[in-house]
Design a protein around this ligand. Sequence first.
Ligand code: MTE
Length: 328
Amino acid sequence: MTQRADRGFDHAIPSEITPRAVYEGRRRWLQQLAAGALGTGLASWAGREALAQAPAKGAPLPGGKSAVPGANVMDAVTPRGLATTYNNFYEFGTDKADPARNAHTLKTRPWTVTVEGAVNKPRVYGIDDLLKLSAMEERIYRLRCVEGWSMVVPWVGWSLSALIKQVEPTGNAKFVEFHTLADPKTMPFVGSRVLDWPYVEALRIDEAMHPLTMMVFGMYGEVLPNQNGAPLRLAVPWKYGFKSGKSIVRIRFVEQQPKTAWVKAGPQEYGFYSNVNPKVDHPRWSQATERRLGEDGIFAKKRPTLMFNGYETQVASMYAGLDLVKNF
Ligand code: MTE
């Protein structure tokens, strides 16, 4: 989640993140300044996609239109070239262009997902069985990163609730953890001290069962590119993007609220809930506004961030009575 100085954001680096990443970001900024690239670069802020090449088109993975309320926002869809080259996937590096450059080493077949913990029917799914578990839908969701940028992506997948119902959680299943693969052989930054690997995210069980919570296998009508979390990831549209764990290998149902990777890295900065909330600032910057990738230039006025990322009608009732300042 580092912010690069050359992109005009504040730095959002928990204390654990290597000073090297910060240093390299600054060095690149200085190099660009020296090369005169920043003058034009800042004006067309979206020009950063040239930092990495968009992937070749993947195998088709179409989805039917979703009937889930709120599943198709009317905002303009972010160009595929941006959504596939401006990424956070720290297992492949902390620069936004690193995942597109480095994630080709990830092997997405064979791939299994172990579903375990407080369930009556624990199971190990092969990825091809999971693909068939429920009907694929295309849903256009906003993704709002805690760093202050956002995009609008046509994801392909199905509601996670379909899988949860199949494994039959017991009464002790209060939370659900999602573990990303942590393979130092294919993920060059696993082993770095940036985060405590594996990357673990978690939801409360009712959040995981919400129809908008999506198990994602594709985007833009094709199989997910590695840098976006192949072969399967989460999309939880009312929460900051980091709640959407990528390249998931384990789903565990537990009784106690889990310690997630970002909560461990910076508990004051990244809370368990991480609901998009313009009224609750990050300790080092405001969360009231955002820049839409590909639309809002560096000099444009930022657009207001919406409560629950615009999904308030669908999700607010889950948090009735919860102090959203304390439970940020
Ligand atoms: N999942 C893993 N395993 N590792 C990560 O570093 N980054 C998160 C989330 N999932 C991350 C992750 C963050 S901070 C964001 S904003 C989204 O992925 C970005 O998803 P995208 O690159 O597809 O836009």
